[in-house]
Design a protein around this ligand. Sequence first.
Ligand SMILES: Nc1ncnc2c1ncn2[C@@H]1O[C@H](COP(=O)(O)OP(=O)(O)OP(=O)(O)O)[C@@H](O)[C@H]1O
Length: 293
Amino acid sequence: MSAILATRVGQRFGNRWVLRQCSFTVPAGRVVGLVGPNGAGKTTLLRVLAGLLRPTEGAVRLSGRDPAGAEGLATVAFLAQSKPLYPRFTVDDAVRFCRELNPRFDEPFTRDRLDRLEIPAAQRIGRLSGGQRAQVALTLALAKRADVILLDEPMADLDPLGRSDVMRDLMAVAAERGLTVVLSSHVLADLEDSCDHLVMVHRGRIQLAGDVDDLRAAHLAVDGLREHAAALARHDVVAEGGAGRQATALLRLNGRFVDPRWATRAPSLEEIVLAYLRNPDAATLPGPELVSS
Ligand SMILES: Nc1ncnc2c1ncn2[C@@H]1O[C@H](COP(=O)(O)OP(=O)(O)OP(=O)(O)O)[C@@H](O)[C@H]1O
């Protein structure tokens, strides 16, 4: 069973569609990078997945359950971009508050992680640094012991060391519990080492979705001379660049690419994402029909 199944999800605010025909599936245990330009619809999609918004059309299922239904609530944890924690609460108040609200709440894990991070239990949330607040919010979200955890730009307030620590912790917890993690981020470097699945949103539609290994295998970065560009024609050119006679391109392959005049290499996740960001009209891969079946 998929950890996440979105089928033709559409979200309208007033008369404006913010999400349209969004279909994708995520197997359990994946760490998913959710990317897309500002205003693409990432937060809205996360809120639909979290059960905070009922989609105007289509449906989502998390571990087979409706996240907006009573059964679905324990399935998913959502850490919003604003990291909502009551500033007048102490860290200890926040822990006890979450323990009362969540039947599966893992208090020993919470205390242990906060101790390791040297975050004092008696400190008021409002007096913590932005990074410490982010760490407390992340700890409380993980402690919910949900199947799926959704994190909206969790690294935004963290310094480089904090980011690397959070990613390492997150990966360790995810692997240990078989947790499915979705994290939205504009920092592609954060995603490169940690994500094994990608969902890319553009203007409310899914532009690219799939396992990173499959996406990398489906694309090829090529370097060569512009006069040999005819060899690329069989494939879809997602983005092209270079200067003068020299040409570079990112291809989405239709079959094998064999041409000794072009140097080829597997693209990084960052190269693929940047190429699609630059070329928003590049066709989706795989198509929504394929993933929703
Ligand atoms: N409650 C709402 N009512 C009306 N419009 C909304 C609402 N929430 C979001 N939108 C609009 O939906 C669009 C997508 O917003 P969203 O926050 O989902 O994008 P995003 O990809 O997360 O952006 P960013 O990367 O800047 O955080 C925006 O144009 C936004 O103004």
